[in-house]
Design a protein around this ligand. Structure first.
Ligand SMILES: [Zn+2]
Length: 306
């Protein structure tokens, strides 16, 4: 596969200016701001801001969710929401909020040219996983992307935008990076269960849990390991299933990871199809399609009129 020339895609996140490479730095031609390149990854943020939890979890679980010879959950999920080799092959694809790279891995296998971006130190894990396969990894903020406008054929973001301070703003921001005629797909947490006791309590617990020391919360998340077996007892399930949200994946590592992933983020917004569909319409997107699981929506940016 032809290597992506990252220099042609990057720009200054502050002013949109051209970046010039000098030693281990990228310097903005227009505003003079400099950005470091550390361990092969251009860094456009000085801190992880509000996503230290994600840096923590993805460096602990670098490959927990990766497809393997036996199971391909990431590939299946991408197909469900409308991505396939036909859509991404030889295309320039942005994975907005890549984590340790489980979806970039699939896109790369399908022949897409991937730029994987994350705000957190998950980029270290992603680079370790995919850096030697031609996937370009960038540490940057979705709300202030260091990427040139209208440069990607496909932009996707799975389970990420709802963890920013403003989901709609984040959606609008990644949309600016899509070429006219390009394809966008997002998946967000839904709010259809928000009225049930379990979710009401979850909201309440989360007011505290995201503030807890990460190591402590991570240790507590290990309760998901035995809980899985206890929860097979119908009587217990009828009670515990209503009072907390604990991951029940068959792989114990996933259970710990997903439980931590639920309770640790600073922001966790929930949405409906109707709400998100409106955002797509407001932006003038066409071929808007919904898919399972909620809330997953894809669309095409109309081509420029001549
Ligand atoms: Zn600049």
């Amino acid at each position: 596969m032809k290597k992506v020339n990252l220099d042609e895609l990057l720009c200054c996140p502050e002013c949109g200016g051209l970046l010039l490479e000098s030693k281990e730095r990228l310097k903005c031609e227009a505003c003079d701001k400099a950005y470091a390149v550390v361990n092969g990854i251009p860094r456009f943020v000085e801190t992880e801001l509000y996503v230290e939890n994600f840096g923590f979890q993805w460096n602990k679980h670098k490959r927990t969710q990766f497809d393997n010879e036996k199971k391909t959950p990431s590939e299946s999920f991408l197909r469900t929401i409308g991505l396939s080799p036909e859509v991404v092959k030889d295309k320039l694809v942005l994975d907005a909020g890549c984590g340790s790279g489980r979806y970039s891995d699939v896109i790369n296998r399908w022949g897409g040219k991937v730029i994987a971006m994350d705000l957190s130190s998950a980029v270290e894990a992603c680079y370790e996983n995919l850096g030697n396969r031609g996937v370009m990894v960038v540490q940057g903020d979705i709300l202030k992307p260091p990427l040139k406008k209208e440069s990607f054929d496909v932009v996707f973001s799975i389970g990420v935008l709802h963890h920013t301070p403003n989901t709609k703003q984040a959606f609008k921001s990644i949309l600016t990076l899509l070429k006219p005629g390009g394809h966008i797909v997002i998946w967000l947490y839904h709010s259809y269960n928000d009225d049930c006791l379990r979710m009401k309590l979850s909201k309440f617990y989360r007011k505290v849990t995201w503030r807890l020391p990460k190591r402590f919360l991570y240790a507590v998340s290990h309760l998901a390991i035995p809980y899985y077996y206890l929860n097979k007892i119908p009587f217990l399930r009828s009670i515990t299933g209503r009072i907390w949200h604990i991951a029940e994946h068959e792989d114990w590592r996933w259970r710990v990871l997903d439980t931590f992933d639920w309770y640790s983020p600073r922001y966790q917004w929930h949405h409906t199809y109707t709400e998100v569909w409106k955002w797509f319409e407001e932006e003038g997107l066409v071929n808007i399609r919904i898919s399972e699981p909620p809330v997953s929506i894809s669309a095409v940016k109309p081509s420029n009129k001549i």
